[in-house]
Design a protein around this ligand. Structure first.
Ligand SMILES: Cc1cc2nc3c(=O)[nH]c(=O)nc-3n(C[C@H](O)[C@H](O)[C@H](O)COP(=O)(O)O)c2cc1C
Length: 174
């Protein structure tokens, strides 16, 4: 069955294979939240949109994100002693778009302040994990950046921005 015009698989399509397109579309079936990972290095804020976020350990408190080695922000994020993971809420889709596409000052349209460790905290995020860099591992074409959480905060009144099959989504049940 042919793909839809937006490149997404058709409803009811079953596909199996080991080609890159099938792998990408299969990975897109894993619904995720959306985060913006930020750091401040030599006074310069950096950040990019990331959904490869997962918790790793509670004791010690560790989490990880995978950052493409060719991302312009990769060098800063793997060098800065601290970074922040801003988990986005439904009203922050513009920030997600800006931090995944926009060249130049991505922070211009998004209010932020410095967290305790110095990393940029995006205002009105659903939740924020401030981390110290714990380890950077090789992950093929990505860096696996592991952080030790020093501060976590969240706003229980907000709903998450979701990403599924290449599109932004929101919860549709309580
Ligand atoms: C929903 C979403 C999730 C993304 N997840 C990741 C990710 O986990 N790792 C990554 O390296 N890029 C991810 N990207 C792509 C980067 O945000 C994008 O390539 C960005 O422009 C890289 O910016 P930079 O080159 O300035 O660092 C994602 C993009 C979107 C829209």
């Amino acid at each position: 069955m042919a793909d839809q015009p937006d490149g997404q698989p058709s409803k009811g399509e079953y596909r199996s294979g080991h080609d890159p397109r099938t792998l990408r579309d299969a990975l897109g079936c894993f619904a995720t939240g959306v985060t913006v990972v930020t750091c401040l290095l030599e006074g310069e804020p950096s950040g990019l949109t990331v959904n490869s976020f997962t918790s790793v350990s509670l004791e010690p408190p560790l989490l990880l994100v995978c950052v493409h080695k060719k991302a312009a922000t990769a060098a800063a994020l793997t060098t800065a002693p601290c970074f922040a993971i801003n988990v986005l809420q439904t009203g922050q889709q513009p920030a997600s778009i800006s931090f995944s596409t926009r060249a130049g000052d991505r922070f211009e349209g998004t209010p932020w302040s410095c967290g305790e460790g110095g990393a940029p905290i995006l205002k009105d995020s659903l939740c924020v994990f401030e981390c110290e860099r714990y380890a950077v591992y090789d992950g093929g074409d990505h860096h696996i950046l592991v952080g030790q959480v020093v501060q976590a905060s969240f706003d229980a009144s907000l709903d998450p921005l979701l990403f599924f099959r290449g599109k932004y989504r929101r919860l549709h049940f309580d």
